[in-house]
Design a protein around this ligand. Structure first.
Ligand code: ATP
Ligand code: MG
Length: 256
């Protein structure tokens, strides 16, 4: 990927958001990201605007629960698509290492070429092993229709906990039907993904992933019973409700 000097003025009020867009455009030029990925990011940005482009206390609690759940999992897997690879490749590798998770490339708009470009990009950023690119280990989940149901037998197919940073509702619901515990990162607290997941982190992945890697390292030294407590005390529905309240409060303040 060509890394060009940022054209964004640091004085611009949305400087960070514009830099993130530049990273996605670079990812698009490098064949990691598809045009639909650019549009999906735009939908996320709208919700981030309402959140004030900050990690809420509710998101922090979800991040902690998610880290604990990943550490307790027997077979945790992190599912990566083009946007995730373009935005947080090193953080994915770091988190996978901290919780002992496998990384699997899993695309909504799949192609063998893009799968291998993404896998190579992740390895370049420190990922040891990247699943999801070998036909030999490919299998299908019948709960999902069309060509989007391909998963790796060593990865998502065998997983007990799956982290899906940016996932479509159909596939999240399918993972739930298969009996997996699902952790989602989604800026939209109303999406089907956000509602179907066991732990939903309503935050931008560029902020959430580094915090998760940090939490995972901290909690990896904790007792198992403490990790179970963290997971047990987390109520996703209540947390999503509190996030919506937070957004509503910000909108109400604008009216005043
Ligand atoms: P669903 O299929 O779950 O009902 P959807 O169809 O509205 O939701 P998709 O297009 O399937 O959404 O996935 C895109 C979603 O990913 C956006 O709605 C947005 O909330 C989320 N998203 C995009 N970029 C980011 C980001 N950088 N960080 C966190 N979430 C993001
Ligand atoms: Mg969708």
């Amino acid at each position: 990927m060509m890394i060009h000097m940022s054209k964004v003025s640091p004085l611009h009020p949305r400087a960070e958001s514009l830099r993130v867009r530049e990273r996605l455009v670079e990812g698009f030029e490098a064949s990691l990201v598809v045009p639909e990925g650019l549009a999906a990011h735009g939908r996320g940005e709208a919700f981030d605007y309402i959140l004030g482009e900050q990690t809420t206390e509710h998101a922090k609690r979800a991040i902690e629960a998610a880290s604990a759940m990943l550490l307790l999992a027997k077979h945790p897997v992190i599912s990566v698509n083009g946007n995730v690879a373009a935005l947080v490749p090193a953080e994915i590798a770091e988190l996978a290492k901290a919780v002992g998770a496998k990384i699997e490339v899993n695309l909504f708009h799949g192609s063998a070429r893009r799968e291998s470009v993404i896998a190579r990009w992740l390895r370049k950023h420190g990922a040891k092993e990247v699943l999801g690119t070998s036909v030999k280990f490919s299998t299908r989940i019948k709960e999902v229709h069309s060509d989007r149901r391909k998963v790796d037998r060593r990865g998502i197919a065998a997983a007990d906990v799956v982290l899906v940073p940016l996932e479509d509702g159909d596939r999240t619901e399918a993972l739930k039907k298969l009996g997996k515990r699902v952790i989602a990162i989604d800026l939209n607290p109303m999406s089907r993904t956000a509602r179907a997941a066991d732990v939903t982190i309503v935050d931008n992945i560029v902020r959430a992933l580094p915090l998760m890697a940090k939490d995972a390292k901290r909690l990896s030294r904790a007792q198992k019973t403490r990790l179970h407590d963290v997971v047990r005390h987390f109520d996703n529905k209540a947390n999503l409700g509190a996030t919506l309240e937070f957004m509503l409060g910000r909108l109400k303040n604008l009216i005043k």
